[in-house]
Ligand binder design. Structure first.
Ligand SMILES: C[S@@+](CC[C@H](N)C(=O)[O-])C[C@H]1O[C@@H](n2cnc3c(N)ncnc32)[C@H](O)[C@@H]1O
Length: 356
C-alpha cells in the first residue's frame, strides 16, 4: 500500500523508527547536561523553569527545551508551570548510594567522545579512546583525577547494586586475609568486612583511586582491618593473603595485559591460596534486551580500553597460561546473571613463551 505522498506505509514506519534510533546521541547529551546541572537535586522541590534556570545558571529558554525533552522521556514531570522529580529523576540525585549521576557524567564525557570515533575501532580493532587521546583509559584518569571521579563513582554505584549477590556467591568464612586487586573505592571490600568481622582486607589500586578511596571509606575500617595500597597490579600485588579477589578488572584488559595482572597474583599467592574472579562471562543469552545490552557493553570495552568479555573457555585458557587451575565456575544473580564467579588455585607455573 502507498501513502498520498507515494511512500509505502511500511517504509514510513521503518524510516521513523530509524530516525528515533539515530537520535540516541542527543538523548545521551540531554541526560548528561541534566546531570551536570544537578537538576534532580534542585527538583526535589517543584520549581518553574525560570527559577531552575536561576538556580543552575542556565539560559531559561534553552533549559525549557531540555526539560520538555526530559519530561517527554519520563525523566521528571510537569504540572502546570512547575517541574518536579519522579522515580527516574530521583536516580540522578547526588547523595544516593545507587545514584546514576556519576554513570551519566562518565558516559556523557569520555565514553561519548570515544564512541564518536567508533569507526576507528571497527576498522582497526583498537580502542578509539587510546587512538584519540594517545594514552590508555586508566592512565588518562591518573593524569585527570577530576575526570576519574565520575568513573570511580559509576563503578561504586554498580558494585553497590550487586554486592550482596556477589558476597552470597562464595564462602568467605574460609579465609582470614583478602587482597582485592583493582578494588576501586572499596564498596565491595567495606561490605565484605562488615559481613565477616574477623576478615582483614587490602585494596590495591592506582594512586589516584586509592587517594579517593581513603576519603570515601569509613575511618574505623581503615584503622582496624583495611589497608589501602597504591600500585600497578601488572607489576606487583601484595603478598601474605590467603584470598585474592579480582572483580570487573580483567575485562578492561587485552589478554596480554590481563596476563600480567594474573602473573603478579600468581607470584604473590601462597601454594594453598585461592583466587576468586567476579566478571562478566560471555554466554549464549536469548533474552533479546539483555543480549543487546551485553553486546553493547562488550563493544564499549573494545572502544574504551581494548578489553574484552571472555567466554568460560577463554578464562580457563588465560588462567592456565598464568599458572592457575580453575576449580569452579558458577553464575551469580548479579546484573541479571551476567556476572560469574571463577575460583582458581595455583597450579603448575607455566614457562613464558618467547615474546611474553
Ligand atoms: C572497572 S573498574 C572496577 C573497580 C572495582 N573492582 C569494582 O568492581 O567496582 C577497574 C579498576 O581497576 C583499576 N586498575 C586499572 N588498572 C590498574 C592497574 N594497572 N593496577 C591496579 N589497579 C588498576 C582501576 O583504577 C579501577 O578501579
Amino acid at each position: 500500500m502507498t501513502t498520498p505522498s507515494g511512500a509505502p506505509h511500511g517504509h514510513r514506519h521503518a524510516a521513523s523508527r530509524l530516525r528515533e534510533i539515530l537520535i540516541g546521541y542527543q538523548i545521551t547529551q540531554v541526560l548528561y547536561v541534566a546531570a551536570r546541572l544537578n537538576l534532580a537535586d534542585h527538583l526535589r522541590k517543584p520549581m518553574t523553569a525560570t527559577d531552575l534556570a536561576r538556580a543552575t545558571g542556565a539560559d531559561p529558554d534553552t533549559l525549557r527545551f531540555l526539560l520538555r525533552i526530559l519530561v517527554g522521556y519520563g525523566v521528571f514531570e510537569r504540572g502546570g508551570d512547575l517541574y518536579a522529580t519522579n522515580a527516574l529523576g530521583q536516580l540522578l540525585e547526588s547523595d544516593r548510594s545507587d545514584s546514576l549521576l556519576p554513570t551519566v557524567i562518565a558516559t556523557g564525557k569520555e565514553r561519548y567522545s570515544s564512541w564518536g570515533s567508533l569507526l576507528r575501532t571497527v576498522l582497526t580493532g583498537r580502542p578509539a579512546f587510546v587512538q584519540d587521546n594517545g594514552v590508555e583509559l586508566h592512565d588518562f584518569y591518573a593524569a585527570h583525577p577530576a575526570a576519574a571521579t565520575p568513573f570511580n563513582g559509576a563503578m561504586a554505584a554498580l558494585t553497590n547494586s550487586m554486592v550482596d549477590n556477589l558476597i552470597d556467591a562464595y564462602d568467605f568464612a574460609l579465609h582470614t586475609r583478602v587482597v582485592e586487586v583493582g578494588g576501586g573505592l572499596g564498596v565491595f571490600m567495606a561490605e565484605l568486612l562488615h559481613r565477616y568481622p574477623t576478615l582483614h582486607g587490602v585494596i590495591l589500586d592506582l594512586p589516584h583511586v586509592i587517594a579517593e578511596a581513603a576519603q570515601e571509606l569509613p575511618p574505623r575500617i581503615l584503622d582496624e582491618r583495611l589497608t589501602l595500597i597504591s600500585g600497578d597490579a601488572r607489576q606487583n600485588v601484595p603478598e601474605n593473603a590467603d584470598l585474592y579477589l579480582i572483580k570487573m578488572v580483567l575485562c578492561d584488559f587485552s589478554d596480554d595485559e590481563a596476563l600480567k595482572i594474573l602473573r603478579s597474583v600468581r607470584k604473590a599467592i601462597p601454594d594453598d591460596g585461592t583466587l576468586v574472579i567476579f566478571d562478566k562471562i560471555r554466554t549464549e543469552i536469548h533474552d533479546d534486551e539483555i543480549s543487546r545490552r551485553t553486546v553493547m557493553s562488550a563493544l564499549n570495552l573494545l572502544v574504551m580500553t581494548g578489553g574484552r568479555e571472555r567466554s568460560e573457555n577463554e578464562y580457563r585458557h588465560l588462567l592456565t597460561r598464568a599458572g592457575f587451575k580453575v576449580v569452579d565456575v558458577m553464575g551469580t544473580e548479579a546484573l541479571d546473571g551476567e556476572i560469574h564467579r571463577v575460583v582458581a588455585k595455583p597450579g603448575e607455573a607455566v614457562p613464558l613463551s618467547s615474546g611474553e
